[in-house]
Write a protein that binds this ligand. Structure first.
Ligand SMILES: [Zn+2]
Length: 313
């Protein structure tokens, strides 16, 4: 068992020859050490190769992640840009709306100014006509000191003309339609009959003795001749009594009421809206009357006025 092996190292030229003697177990040990070393080297080589591969894989993955991240970033930048431009568009739209609103507000203010001026003119017309505001407000009735209604109406007409002069065509037609057309100044019969009795104090037509106050005018008329509304308005009464016979009343608004007496029969009904010149009854001889005629009366604010003052103007 004591086998020994000798290893010699002989240089090619010169030098000393080296030799070493190893026992069998020493030789086996050396061989085992060499094998272990080789195994270590090989495994480390394999491991480093594996690591390289692993690193390459990781790098590739990181690159992919980076690409995706960049894509996401670009996408979000794009959507941000989109949102920004959308926002700008919305802001522009909002601004244009605001401009429109401002313009509308300006127009509304102008319209209100115009309306206010129109209302002032309307009030002026009503005021010079001595009427209360037909729209419903309590206007100031003009206090007139003249005694004669004809003079009053001439004065009122002149003032009204002055007021109307400053109006536009539209305002004028409004005034005519809603104010002037209602005044009972139209001839109340189809034909131009003779005025047989004027407004004021007169001799009693029945007894022919003594004086009485006549609150209207008598106009000669043909039997069943058309009686016409002296102005536009609403029929507020139709009926009969001993004095006027068959008679009716029209409210013209603004304080004016007209009355038509001694009718043969009445055409209009209570509550009817009638136009100026519309046929409302037939002339006759009913009530306290001495012949076929129309007893025509006009009151203003409850006081009888001379209808001729209106009719003549
Ligand atoms: Zn009369």
């Amino acid at each position: 068992m004591a086998r020994k092996f000798t290893f010699m190292l002989i240089p090619h030229r010169g030098g000393d020859t080296k030799q070493t003697m190893l026992s069998l177990w020493q030789l086996l040990l050396t061989a085992a050490a060499a094998a272990l070393l080789a195994a270590l080297v090989i495994s480390s080589l394999i491991y480093s190769g594996y690591l390289r591969l692993e690193t390459r894989g990781l790098n590739a993955r990181l690159e992919r992640e980076a690409v995706l991240a960049r894509q996401r970033l670009e996408a979000s930048q794009q959507s941000y840009a989109d949102l920004t431009s959308e926002n700008e568009a919305l802001e522009e739209e909002l601004e244009s709306w605001q401009r429109e609103v401002t313009q509308l507000q300006t127009q509304a203010a102008m319209a209100l100014d115009a309306l206010e001026e129109l209302e002032m003119r309307e009030a002026e017309i009503y005021s010079v006509l001595g009427m209360k505001n037909a729209v419903g407000g309590e206007g100031e009735p003009v206090t007139v000191t003249y005694g004669d209604t004809a003079e009053i109406f001439a004065y009122i007409t002149a003032r009204a003309n002055d007021a109307i002069e400053g109006l536009s065509e539209e305002e004028t037609s409004y005034a005519i339609e809603y104010v002037l057309d209602n005044i009972p100044d139209g001839w109340p019969l189809k034909e131009s009959g003779e005025v047989t009795s004027e407004f004021g104090t007169r001799i009693n037509p029945i007894t022919h003795s003594g004086y009485e106050k006549h609150s209207g005018i008598d106009i000669a008329a043909g039997h069943r001749e058309h009686i016409l509304a002296a102005g536009a308005g609403t029929v507020i009464f139709t009926g009969e009594n001993d004095v006027y016979g068959n008679f009716l009343r029209i409210d013209h608004g603004n304080g004016y009421v007209s009355q038509y007496g001694h009718c043969d029969s009445i055409i209009a009904k209570k509550g009817d809206k009638v136009n100026k010149g519309e046929a409302i009854a037939y002339a006759g001889n009913t009530g306290r009357s001495t012949g076929t005629h129309l007893d025509f009366r006009v009151s203003y604010e409850g006081e009888y006025i001379d209808p001729l003052a209106l009719l003549k103007s």
